[in-house]
Design a protein around this ligand. Structure first.
Ligand code: NDP
Length: 447
């Protein structure tokens, strides 16, 4: 019998890879993991975690204004970007340390190096060559920068957390998660934000009513949107900034340009060809429901497989892999009814089918909405309305979709997602007594 250095070699210590390594080790496997950058991956190092902290930090701009209506005297206000940036980065360092400790305490050997497959069982990691019985690829994805003249003048979400100072103006290319989240953050921090989108809609895939509401609120706040914009090339402006040339229209100028047009799987330099691992037509590693590639001893989880690019999904995929392959407890991840949120200002949260999807799939649906001004906004004199929507299958009364925009929507939706996942009916929602006074009570009061 062939003996290998490890039972499992994981490439990539992000959310999916770390979970898979830890659980596999717990099941008794001898595990190593390679990470060429920092343990924690996109979510911890340059994604969800620092982004959410910036969202909190930026929201004080409105909170401090609203506080006056609640009787507070606010002295001279000031904002210091380096303080927020450095505190956020210190928190990232802390979590990075605890992820690393987790690996060590679970006897996972950590290589701080690039790993490349030489064949299906041999890995070159730094200047060492090791072997493993099984291999898991969890290398994530990276921001897409288009192949346009001058595109390199822009930055991506990788760099935005580290700015020396805030720009006066920021053009954001894209209309998805990252574009809307950073538009909210930087607008609140006093940056003039213009969102430049190739289509005429933001956040494709989310329920139309919520997208429209976010657009309307964002525009009212002062974020500028340019739609149907075909950017052709970029040039540096003398004295600082970037000028974007857009087909036929006046150029768009900003001190800084941020690319937020999607993320691409990290598949380069991994030796996938040498190991015989196939890609799908999206350029991601092709896997089955058990995250198994076409190669018998190789699996892949997370963004590198481009199924659903969300951390909790990658974590589950990594956990399912470990239990199935090393724990004798086979299970697969259910990629249906996955809740998601956009931490825009205000945030959006959603689970299940949108109204349009339900109409196409189910035929007749009942829609319940609550369009209201949160109590806090009323007293603050803030004319921002929340919108909650339930999509109900007319035939069964099952709530098949729930969509919310408003303060704390993601916090509320997590609990609501249990009800939708459990296929509860609208009658069961109605049977539940409201918790008053909350925003969430609207969910059981829609008639
Ligand atoms: P998204 O997929 O959310 O949005 C991409 C946007 O860029 C869309 O508006 C799209 O337009 C546009 N676009 C795509 N390709 C091009 C192109 N070649 N030129 C110009 N515009 C283009 O991508 P993000 O980068 O915002 O985020 C990547 C992923 O990361 C998300 O899909 C999400 O899975 C994850 N993420 C999740 C977060 C969360 O959970 N809160 C936060 C941040 C990221 P069109 O609609 O026309 O296709």
């Amino acid at each position: 019998m062939t003996t290998y250095d490890y039972d499992l070699f994981v490439i990539g210590a992000g959310s999916g890879g770390v979970r898979a390594a830890r659980i596999s080790s717990g099941h008794g496997a001898r595990v190593a993991i390679a990470e060429e950058y920092r343990v924690g991956g996109t979510c911890v190092i340059r994604g969800c975690v620092p982004k959410k902290l910036l969202v909190y930090g930026s929201h004080f701009a409105e909170d401090l204004v609203d506080a006056r209506r609640f009787g507070w005297t606010i002295g001279e206000k000031g904002f210091d970007w380096p303080t927020l940036r450095d505190n956020v980065m210190a928190e990232v360092d802390r979590i990075n340390g605890s992820y690393t400790d987790t690996l060590t305490s679970h006897n996972v050997e950590l290589y701080h190096d690039h790993a490349e497959l030489l064949d299906a069982h041999t890995i070159k990691v730094g200047d060492k060559t090791v072997t493993a019985d099984k291999i898991l690829i969890a290398t994530g994805a990276r921001p897409l920068v288009p192949d346009l003249p001058g595109a390199e003048l822009g930055i991506t979400s990788n760099e935005i957390f580290h700015l020396d100072r805030l720009p006066k103006s920021l053009a954001i290319a894209g209309g998805g998660y990252i574009a809307n989240e950073f538009a909210g953050v930087f607008h609140e921090l006093g940056v003039k934000v213009t969102l430049v989108n190739r289509g005429d809609t933001i956040l494709r895939g989310y329920d139309e009513a919520l997208r429209d509401r976010l657009l309307q609120i964002s525009m009212t706040k002062g974020i500028k949107f340019v739609f149907n914009c075909n950017v052709e090339r970029f040039e540096k402006i003398e004295g600082g900034g970037v000028r974007a040339f857009v087909g036929g229209d006046d150029p768009i100028e900003a001190e800084m340009l941020l690319w937020a047009i999607g993320r691409r799987p990290n598949i380069e330099g991994l030796g996938l060809e040498a190991a015989g691992v196939r890609l799908n037509d999206k350029g991601a590693i092709a896997v089955d429901a058990a995250s198994h590639t076409n190669v018998e001893n190789i699996w892949a989880v997370g963004d590198v497989t481009d199924r659903i690019q969300l951390t909790p999904v990658a974590i589950r995929e990594g956990h399912a892999f470990a239990d199935t392959v090393f724990g004798n407890k086979p299970w697969t991840v259910d990629h249906e009814t996955v809740p998601s949120a956009v931490f825009s200002n205000p945030p959006i949260a959603s689970v299940g089918m949108t109204e349009a999807q339900a109409k196409t799939k189910l035929g007749t649906v009942k829609i319940f909405t609550s369009d209201f001004r949160p109590m806090r906004n009323v007293l603050a004199g803030r004319n921002e309305r929340s919108l909650y929507k339930l999509v109900v299958d007319s035939a069964t009364d099952v709530v098949v979709g729930a969509h919310m925009i408003g303060p704390d929507a993601p916090e509320i939706l997590q609990a609501l997602a249990i009800a939708v996942k459990a296929k509860l009916t609208k009658a069961q929602f109605d049977d539940t007594v409201a918790l008053h006074p909350t925003m969430a009570e609207e969910l059981v009061l829609m008639r």
